[in-house]
Design a protein around this ligand. Structure first.
Ligand SMILES: CC(C)(COP(=O)(O)OP(=O)(O)OC[C@H]1O[C@@H](n2cnc3c(N)ncnc32)[C@H](O)[C@@H]1OP(=O)(O)O)[C@@H](O)C(=O)NCCC(=O)NCCS
Length: 181
């Protein structure tokens, strides 16, 4: 029987191949940040953080090794915060429900990286270009609140900061608390 819905595999970044797929995909999707030294930031800051495990990330594989989406995140245990640094769904895979799945995977990964206990909450932060209406609508649809506007990367070009309270399930027997291999 043929497959009528896209076959995807969502994977926490674990090895060099995941990092390379992530960086190739993200470099090809600078979105609104082409003029901000995006390529250099990616290679000199983001990729080393992923390689060393300092930052976590998720790659969504579409058709085999084709990348359908990606996300990287920073975690700060002192502040109990998670920051999404990049959030991308490839054009051919948009409007298929991957964005909401990737968003939830990032919340869970961030909370687990923080080592939260059952029922604990944390602060999720992210920002996006103010003119990026699909993205601002998407993040609002995921329960994020706009908490301010500032030109974060390019003088005179506004970005919106979003925040969301995120929380692990109360039940210590929940699948999220099972030991991972
Ligand atoms: C924004 C983005 C992440 C959305 O991902 P997606 O998988 O296409 O999301 P979906 O189509 O499943 O949409 C989920 C919800 O987001 C909202 N949304 C998504 N695109 C929207 C748009 N163009 N206009 C309004 N709302 C939108 C809707 O509420 C939607 O829910 P609904 O389908 O029940 O109405 C994706 O389009 C993307 O990666 N864009 C390019 C990169 C980018 O801008 N990244 C974010 C900032 S760095």
């Amino acid at each position: 029987m043929s497959e009528l819905i896209p076959r995807i595999e969502m994977r926490q970044i674990q090895d060099d191949q995941d990092v390379r797929r992530f960086s190739d995909f993200t470099a090809a999707h600078p979105e609104f940040y082409e003029d901000t030294g995006f390529d250099q930031w990616l290679e000199t800051k983001m990729v080393p953080r992923l390689e060393s495990g300092q930052s976590a990330g998720v790659v969504v594989y579409g058709d085999g090794l084709e990348v359908a989406g990606a996300l990287a995140l920073y975690t700060d245990p002192a502040e109990r915060s998670v920051e999404f640094k990049l959030f991308r769904v490839a054009g051919a895979y948009q409007q298929s429900g991957i964005g909401p799945l990737l968003f939830r995977a990032g919340e869970i990964l961030g909370m687990r990286k923080l080592g939260l206990d059952p029922g604990d909450s944390a602060d999720l932060q992210l920002d996006t270009r103010a003119e990026n209406r699909p993205a601002t609508a998407f993040f609002a649809s995921r329960g994020c609140r706009a908490v301010g506007k500032a030109a974060l990367y390019t003088p005179g070009v506004m970005d919106v900061r979003f925040s969301k309270d995120i929380r692990l399930p109360d039940d210590p027997g929940h699948a999220l608390y099972r030991p991972t291999m």
